[in-house]
Design a protein around this ligand. Structure first.
Ligand code: HEC
Length: 201
């Protein structure tokens, strides 16, 4: 009845239960998932750790087996419909003859599915402006950011650290497009786009 949690974008996007916990706690009544309001943060983190371990072992197994078997049942989608969806929703940022050329040679099966839903490893970039000197904005890649300190590496390779309350942050959030798509995909769209991407070899 429910979606496959190994290919779930929410699971992929989750860090330590932050996404999974919300779904368990609030449920998705409209889609038939009950709420578990009694779940604690620690329990959500444990369930998340279990699911992450299953995702990791599944993608390892699929990499070892050359993944053709796994790709087979993911490939139930319609390539033409996937191509149309791609042109409508993905082509603003991607090109099948540019950055995604050969993506299905590089990634297969679950690995391609989960990457397509929520890519991992995109650089966390943005800029920092000290409140005391608003015209000294630095751009770069965040190495660390939390409510206490921010460390940014600039293009010259130097790292700079500030106390978070003393600066204004602008985070590029390059994966916003993917996060927004997560809420709009139907299961069919997902399989169609996957079937299309699988032709990019
Ligand atoms: C708003 C822009 C945007 C949209 C829309 C978007 N993506 Fe992405 N996509 C990105 C960014 C940014 C990355 C991460 C690039 C990186 O890792 O540096 C990415 C990464 C990917 C990757 C991983 C590529 C690789 O080589 O690892 C795949 C596959 C992908 N997107 C597929 C899709 C598909 C399919 C759609 C439409 C359903 C889509 N994207 C829509 C911006 C977008």
């Amino acid at each position: 009845m429910g979606p496959n949690l190994i290919t779930s974008a929410v699971v992929r996007h989750d860090v330590g239960g932050n996404e999974i916990g919300v779904v368990i706690h609030d449920g998705r009544m409209d889609k038939g998932m009950p709420a578990f309001p009694e779940i604690t943060v620690a329990q959500a983190a444990e369930i998340a750790a279990f699911l992450h371990a299953r995702v990791a072992s599944t993608s390892r197994a699929s990499a070892l087996s050359g993944s053709t078997a796994d790709a087979g049942h993911l490939l139930s989608g319609n390539v033409a419909a996937g191509h149309a969806f791609f042109n409508a929703k993905c082509a603003g940022c991607h090109s099948s003859t540019g950055d995604l050329k050969g993506v299905a040679t590089k990634l297969q099966g679950y690995e391609l599915m989960t990457t397509m839903l929520y890519p991992k490893g995109a650089a966390d970039t943005g800029s920092v402006t000290p409140k005391a000197s608003p015209n000294k904005t630095l751009k770069g890649t965040f190495i660390h950011r939390d409510e206490f300190t921010v460390t940014l590496r600039t293009a010259d390779g130097m790292t700079h650290t500030w106390q978070t309350p003393e600066v204004t942050l602008h985070v590029d959030d390059v994966l916003r497009g993917h996060r927004e798509l997560l809420h709009t995909y139907t299961d069919k769209d997902m399989h169609d786009v996957f079937a299309y991407l699988d032709t990019l070899r």
